[in-house]
Design a protein around this ligand. Structure first.
Ligand code: DC
Length: 233
């Protein structure tokens, strides 16, 4: 594929976004950006400083913290002021607080700006909740992944188990439902499918099937846009 595209992948937690986006980025030799990790990092720091209830302080903390994401050899990492927080941001405590912090308008403005800078040159697969609607409404191709709540719960529970965290399924399910509710109903850029996004229900798809389907759809878009890309050269 000649032109470097911006690929947006949105959807709720456990819909298969991360796995799909990473594999796709590898296949396309693109950058991969997990925007959720940015919201998780500021949530972790707010918890650490005990300021989760104080919006202005959280905003100030974010302004003076350098959040960096890396993706090397299939592994994505998040750093705050050079400190690796990749493990810490996946804790149950962060899971339970991240949606509330993601609602804060100024937090979103700062992080969205950062995401736009990183993706500006294209050649990127960006995953999140508002990539196709707010961060890059003109993304070349957009996907909105969904899956049944039971399937998402199973996947998340297994993922946690693999990291040595044994959390009962009902707790995982409750957290997912709670986050869905807050993420979808918030005023600032709620989780929603962009009108021009391709919907993919991953409930009964294998990872390979998901990635192949999305890859083919991207190819279709490239073919449709080819005359326009040629002009851009
Ligand atoms: O993708 P994730 O589950 O790691 O995201 C964690 C939270 O971050 C999610 O519940 C809502 C928030 N988020 C967001 O508001 N906007 C994004 N673009 C990505 C994540």
């Amino acid at each position: 594929m000649s032109k470097k595209l911006i690929v947006a992948i949105d959807g709720p937690a456990g819909s298969g976004k991360s796995t799909t986006a990473k594999l796709l980025a590898n296949k396309l030799e693109y950058l991969y950006l997990d925007t959720g990790a940015m919201y998780r990092a500021i949530t972790f720091l707010a918890l650490k400083h005990n300021i989760t209830g104080n919006e202005p302080e959280i905003v100030e903390l974010l302004k003076r913290t350098e959040i960096e994401l890396t993706y090397t050899d299939g592994v994505s990492k998040v750093f705050a002021d050079k400190v690796d927080l990749s493990e810490e941001i996946r804790s149950q405590e962060v899971n339970s607080n991240v949606s509330e912090i993601s609602k804060i308008k100024q937090i979103r403005q700062i992080l969205v700006e950062k995401q736009r800078q990183i993706g500006a040159l294209g050649g990127i697969v960006m995953e999140g909740r508002d990539i196709g609607t707010v961060v890059f409404p003109n993304a070349d191709v957009k996907f909105f992944l969904t899956a049944s709540i039971d399937e998402r719960t199973k996947r998340r529970t297994k993922e946690m188990q693999e990291k040595g965290k044994h959390i009962p399924e009902d707790i995982v399910k409750e957290n997912l439902l709670n986050r869905d509710k807050i993420d979808s109903s918030r005023k600032e850029s709620p989780l929603q499918k962009a009108k021009d996004a391709i919907g993919v229900d991953t409930s009964s798809l294998s990872i390979d099937e998901q990635v192949n389907f999305i890859y083919k759809e991207i190819y279709k878009v490239v073919e449709q846009k080819r005359p326009h890309f040629e002009q851009d050269k």
